[in-house]
Design a protein around this ligand. Structure first.
Ligand code: ADP
Ligand code: MG
Length: 340
């Protein structure tokens, strides 16, 4: 049945039809759930010392990937995006289930898919432990489980006033790859080869997440775009933020694009799966050590500010120290919403 009302956004619909009822049930009977809907993972109590982190992510043909996408890459990415949510909480992978709808039982496709899937499963010691298989339009849904020392999960809700905001690696390359594949931007074969792995075979930052457990006040993984995702942290922590545009960490390939494209892709391009986290300024040295140990750049891009109104605000600061106009900022503050 068609609704007459205005279309619901992704987060509005989760809130209205799922989160409200879920929270009412948990409030009435908390049982063993420590954290429900709203973070990168849910948390269940497991014994006196441990919690289990749980996350589900789905890849849908025509939505998240082209129908003829390389199945080996798809196998990798389907698990990578889930491991990335475990990383964001600081959890260690335990295992995963795989629910698969397939248009046909093509052994060549399945061989390659399985190869990519088990390549990353082995790399992160995360075994497949169950699932479901059915005929239907290609759809890959993974649920991953991780373990985390009790009460040590890094939540979206923990950002404190004065915290530095950090981003791992570089951001914007997955969006640049998509633009090149859609012929929106011309990239040389050499440039494309340098960055396309960021879209097809992202690296979940599991080691970083674990290292940040005693250091970060809040964290999430960047799946829908840096500033839109940062807004989830701000909303749940009830804080504002100041972000310096010229500090956003970009690859050499993205730096060859116009400044406008660079800022747009780094600020709001999705699919990067880097971590964005906040930590007190007193942790700068510890964070520099983690960066050196992991051979992974960690860049301070701004700081957490007290909340000025009922909705979180992100002030974007230009190279020259001036605040970006609301019009200039609005394009960069967009993030991906499946129903917007
Ligand atoms: P992420 O990008 O970290 O995977 P999402 O933005 O997809 O998180 O989801 C936001 C929150 O909403 C998460 O806590 C997720 O578990 C929850 N969520 C999403 N879809 C549903 C759903 N259909 N039912 C219950 N919870 C959901
Ligand atoms: Mg996430």
């Amino acid at each position: 049945m068609q609704s007459q009302s205005s279309p619901l956004g992704e987060f509005d619909l989760i809130q209205r039809f799922f989160k409200t009822q879920s929270e009412a049930m948990l409030a009435a009977n908390p049982r063993s759930v420590t954290l429900g809907i709203g973070d990168d993972c849910a948390l269940l109590k497991a014994g006196p010392l441990e919690e289990i982190a749980i996350t589900s992510d789905m890849l849908v043909s025509g939505r998240h990937f082209f129908a003829d996408a390389n199945p080996e890459w798809l196998g990798w990415k389907a698990l990578a995006v889930n491991l990335s949510d475990l990383a964001a909480m600081g959890a260690k992978p335990l295992g995963f289930t795989l629910a698969l709808a397939l248009p046909d039982a093509n052994p060549f496709w399945l061989e390659a898919f399985s190869k990519g899937l088990f390549a990353i499963a082995n790399q992160y010691a995360c075994p497949l432990i169950g699932g479901d298989t059915t005929a239907g339009p290609l759809n890959i849904c993974i649920t991953a489980f991780g373990s985390i020392p009790k009460e040590k999960a890094i939540r979206r809700s923990g950002a404190l006033e004065g915290d530095d905001i950090w981003v791992s690696g570089t951001i914007g390359d997955a969006r640049l790859t998509l633009a090149a594949l859609r012929h929106e931007i011309e990239l040389s074969q050499t440039d494309l080869a340098l960055i396309e792995g960021r879209m097809h075979q992202p690296t979940p930052r599991i080691e970083l997440g674990s290292a940040l457990r005693e250091i970060a006040n809040s964290a999430l993984d960047i799946s829908d775009g840096l500033l839109g995702d940062l807004r989830h942290v701000l909303k749940q922590s009830r804080k504002d933020a100041e972000v310096f545009l010229d500090r956003l960490p970009k690859s050499a390939t993205l730096l060859k694009q116009s400044l406008n494209t660079q800022n747009q892709y780094a600020a709001s391009g999705g699919d990067d799966y880097e971590l964005c986290f906040t930590a007190p300024t007193s942790q700068r040295e510890a964070i520099a050590k983690i960066s050196a140990n992991l051979h992974l750049p960690l860049t301070q891009i701004g700081s957490i500010r007290p909340m000025q109104s009922s909705q979180p605000e992100i002030s974007l600061i230009h190279q020259n120290g001036m605040k970006l106009s609301p019009q200039g900022a609005s394009a960069l503050l967009q993030s991906f919403d499946h129903f917007a």
